[in-house]
Design a protein around this ligand. Structure first.
Ligand code: ZN
Length: 396
């Protein structure tokens, strides 16, 4: 959208001033010393103090009114189907609802809820390419959906992965949701995918719904997919010793999801912290699912992990932003010059007992969202879904 606009009306320049706090999404430096962010044509061009920056020629000015700027949230695990509709609970407009929960980027873990999903090789390839194309061109509320994630079926050969990659497919859906459920075949196919630049995720834990099946620690380790999908189960978790073993024995990403076992989520977080491997922790909802859709799912995970898992709120935000962006190779997720100007402006919710927005999250409250900006354009103002923010930004 930013590109189209630039072609018609010349360059756009967004200035966000009077920011109370900037969270970077980067674990090493989660809080930046800045009160102003500038973006040109949808990319961050400067971050710093207002007095030091060139604010001239702005096409949009946002007065943040002392609120906190964080990178747009990334949901690392969704199951989209087509458009802004999910047949799982027969809802429309679910993606737009997530925008009002601060989610600006979604990663498909497979379009497996598609009614009549083809399971033959040519059919599954066609569906993946269709989903990749359709969701690249369709952005509800501006949300970017990375989709086109085929699940592994028996009969796929190396040439299929080469063909999928050449057609623009960049990731696999959850290994284990198709007919390939054994470690050896999964490992071979994940290897072919990796060879052609296709990232992989594996289902971890008990079956999600009737018809799916158990993937235990041994299969996860054998398959060696890039992301240990819902390590806390989706919803049924593996026993504690298997989760600890996955954290210790595999170098792969540890994906914690909302539609999983919360005790296992906290065990994963604690283990990753002890191993000094927090950069591996990423967050998803694993929705839509039997548990429905959760527009505030990622915010709820941040709050739950921060309050019960005893990590600072600014660190928990990194799990849903910078960590995921690095592991998923995305151009958003960090407040850094050159990155996509995709942000959420939050403040403590009205009547939270927290003294500041960070304190409120650490106490288990959700922050209120006052504005969502995607690629330098304002996509939403006061959220219709979060508790009301105490202060909200204004467009000048
Ligand atoms: Zn799953």
């Amino acid at each position: 959208m930013a590109d189209e606009k630039a072609a018609k009306t010349g360059p756009t320049k967004l200035v966000i001033r009077n920011i109370g706090l900037v969270l970077s999404g980067e674990l090493k430096t989660p809080i930046l010393d800045a009160d102003t962010v500038v973006a040109v044509d949808g990319r961050i061009s400067a971050i710093g103090k207002e007095k030091d920056l060139d604010l001239g020629g702005a096409t949009t000015v946002v007065d943040a009114n002392g609120t906190t700027l964080i990178p747009g949230l990334i949901d690392s695990h969704v199951h989209p189907v087509a458009g802004d509709w999910t047949p799982r609970q027969n809802q429309i407009g679910w993606i737009d609802s997530y925008l009002h929960g601060g989610v600006t980027t979604m990663i498909s873990a497979g379009e497996v809820h598609t009614p009549g999903r083809p399971k033959d090789v040519v059919g599954l390839k066609a569906m993946a390419i269709f989903a990749q194309r359709a969701f690249s061109a369709f952005r509800p509320g501006g949300v970017r959906i990375h989709a086109g994630a085929p699940v592994l079926e028996h009969g796929m050969v190396e040439e299929d992965f080469k063909e999928l990659a050449a057609a623009g497919v960049t990731m696999l859906g959850e290994v284990g949701l198709g007919s390939v459920k054994d470690g050896a075949t999964a490992r071979q196919m994940v290897g072919w995918a990796r060879k052609y630049g296709i990232q992989s995720t594996i289902h971890t834990g008990g079956p999600s719904i009737p018809g799916s099946s158990l993937i235990d620690k041994d299969i996860v380790l054998a398959a060696d997919a890039d992301v240990i999908g819902h390590i806390n189960g989706g919803h049924t978790a593996l026993p504690d010793d298997q989760i600890i073993s996955l954290c210790e024995s595999s170098p792969r990403a540890l994906e914690i999801v909302h539609n999983g076992n919360e005790k296992a989520a906290l065990l994963t977080l604690r283990t990753a912290k002890e191993l000094k491997q927090l950069p591996r922790v990423i967050l998803g909802t694993d929705s839509p699912a039997g548990s429905g859709v959760q527009p505030l799912g990622i915010l709820r995970m941040i709050s739950m992990l921060s309050s019960l898992g005893d990590v600072a709120a600014e660190v928990a935000v990194c799990f849903a932003t910078g960590n995921t962006a690095k592991i998923r190779k995305l151009d958003c997720g960090l407040v850094e010059v050159g990155r996509a100007a995709t942000f959420v402006l939050i403040d403590k919710a009205q009547h939270s007992a927290g003294k500041t927005v960070l304190d409120s999250i650490q106490r288990g409250d959700l922050p209120g969202i006052g504005m969502v900006i995607i690629d330098g354009a304002v996509s939403a103002q006061r959220s219709r879904n979060t508790p009301p923010a105490t202060r909200v930004p204004e467009m000048m």
